[in-house]
Design a protein around this ligand. Structure first.
Ligand code: CS2
Length: 471
């Protein structure tokens, strides 16, 4: 039997079920990007919230693939969350009320975006989904943005969808919704707001003024280690719940969501389900991106080069474990200001403990995706700050050199390179000769990754050449 509203009563005992009557739930949120992370994180907070407020059901919108809609629509949006940690906990999540696919369900999506009952639009579209240039502003040469401007009522990018949804609300005299970015980039809400406003201003300056005056784009930091779903998880979940679940999700027990305290009136009461509302999101974002994600990317590229497959396995490699500890404590921590109430050294130690979680098989190859989009936030910011303080950059630079070596290896062996810049990176990788000065220069010339000042800093280049040669 397949998991669905009709078979929910057959779920084995010991599995938590939605603690509310799903027939009473109405749609209050539109979410773009129903990937594993969203369904392990935001959708679970909302599932908790629905027990006290049924007005926050989620309409999931996929921009590029029908796979999630195909998997969950027959399940009435229900799926299993497997929390794999010191103890295992399974729960059936019921907050997804409907699913839509851009290009197939455009009118339904637009109706939802214009629906007064929808007061929150959230996103997990990954860094590349924002169509930003190296300056953090909207890239008007991006093909999706060009399409958004040409056909605003059939948007290609999430930026275009949000702008068009807001245009319809303004035209109908409906109050704006709040837009909540849940992606791993610093100042995510502010950057998103600037991008949406810039797009609107090209075609309708009055709309742009209205967006600037009426629409809230709070920053947020999100955190929970969520490996991609694999066959082993599907089998484990089928045995545990006694039903077929086409797309269960797995994650660690730890979860954290920090949102800038300006969600606006009528927003969901996320604080009631453990979300931290603060005016100090930037400090939380920077700490998490540089400590956790910076360590993750460093571990991914070095671990793959050393033949490891998962994060936990790499943490069993004492060289890598010592390197990460030194990276975090001696190079990242000095660039951070502790957010109120956060003990940074303890936070760093907790991250390393989370990486050691043997119940989670987090593949390094997944973390290695999209390096061109991730390195600037995760390692290059740390390096720039350390250079400004005239402090050593040895470990952070090693992570960047390992990325270069990884790209060269993938390119030369024809192995897959998952990255929006895969074509250009593969060309560079194939042109590399093994001569450190030549190869490093070839990568450092990529201005959308390496800011000019950094690429021209002799200390940075020397560290990269030394590490690239040693690798
Ligand atoms: C990981 C993140 O895949 C990756 O790049 O570093 O998804 C990481 O697991 C999350 O940010 C943890 O909150």
């Amino acid at each position: 039997m397949r998991l669905s509203q009709a078979t929910l009563g057959h779920v084995r005992s010991g599995v938590d079920l939605p603690a509310y009557d799903r027939s009473k739930v109405t749609t209050g949120i539109v979410h773009f990007g129903p990937g594993a992370f969203h369904r392990a994180h935001q959708a679970v907070y909302v599932d908790d919230l629905l027990a006290s407020d049924p007005g926050w059901g989620i309409c999931e919108v996929s921009l590029h693939s029908e796979s999630v809609a195909q998997a969950l629509t027959p399940q009435d949006g229900l799926y299993t969350l497997a929390q794999l940690d010191a103890e295992t906990r399974l729960r059936i999540v019921g907050s997804v009320r409907e699913l839509a696919v851009a290009g197939r369900d455009d009118e339904r999506i637009m109706l939802r975006l214009a629906d007064p009952a929808v007061r929150l639009v959230s996103l997990t579209v990954t860094e590349k989904g924002y169509c930003l240039g190296p300056d953090g502003d909207l890239d008007f040469s991006h093909p999706d943005v060009i399409r958004d401007l040409a056909e605003p009522t059939r948007p290609a990018s999430v930026i275009g969808w949000i702008a068009e949804g807001l245009a319809r609300r303004r035209a109908a005299g409906v109050a704006a919704f709040t837009v909540l970015s849940c992606d791993n980039l610093t100042g995510n809400g502010h950057k998103l707001g600037r991008a949406v406003t810039a797009l609107a201003r090209r075609s309708d300056p009055a709309l742009a003024d209205w967006i600037e005056a009426e629409v809230r784009f709070p920053d947020s930091m999100v955190d929970s280690i969520t490996p991609a779903t694999d066959g082993a998880l599907r089998e484990r979940v089928r045995d545990a719940i006694g039903l077929e679940d086409a797309w269960p999700i797995q994650r660690e027990a730890f979860t954290q969501w920090v949102i800038e305290d300006r969600l606006g009136p009528g927003a969901p009461d996320l604080a009631s389900v453990g979300v931290i509302l603060t005016d100090d999101v930037a400090a939380f974002e920077r700490a998490k991106l540089r400590l956790l994600n910076g360590a993750h990317s460093t571990l991914a590229y070095l671990g793959l080069l050393r033949g490891h497959e998962t994060v936990a396995q790499s943490m069993g490699d004492s060289d890598l474990e010592r390197l990460l500890e030194a990276l975090m404590t001696q190079e990242v921590l000095p660039t951070l200001t502790a957010p109120r109430g956060l003990d940074l050294p303890a936070y760093a130690a907790d991250i390393l403990a989370r990486f050691r979680n043997p119940a989670i098989r987090h593949k390094l190859s997944q973390i290695a995706w999209d390096g061109s989009q991730k390195l600037p936030f995760r390692l290059l910011g740390t390096i720039s700050d350390l250079l400004a303080m005239n402090r050593p950059i040895d470990r952070a630079a090693l992570g960047v050199a390992a990325w270069m070596r990884f790209v060269v290896r993938q390119a030369k062996t024809g192995a897959p390179l998952v990255d929006p810049m895969a074509g250009r990176l593969a060309d560079i990788g194939r042109s590399c000769s093994g001569d450190a000065a030549h190869d490093v220069a070839a990568f450092a010339r990529i201005e959308t990754i390496f800011p000019g000042a950094l690429a021209a800093d002799a200390r940075f280049v020397a560290a990269l050449e030394r590490d690239y040669a040693s690798l």
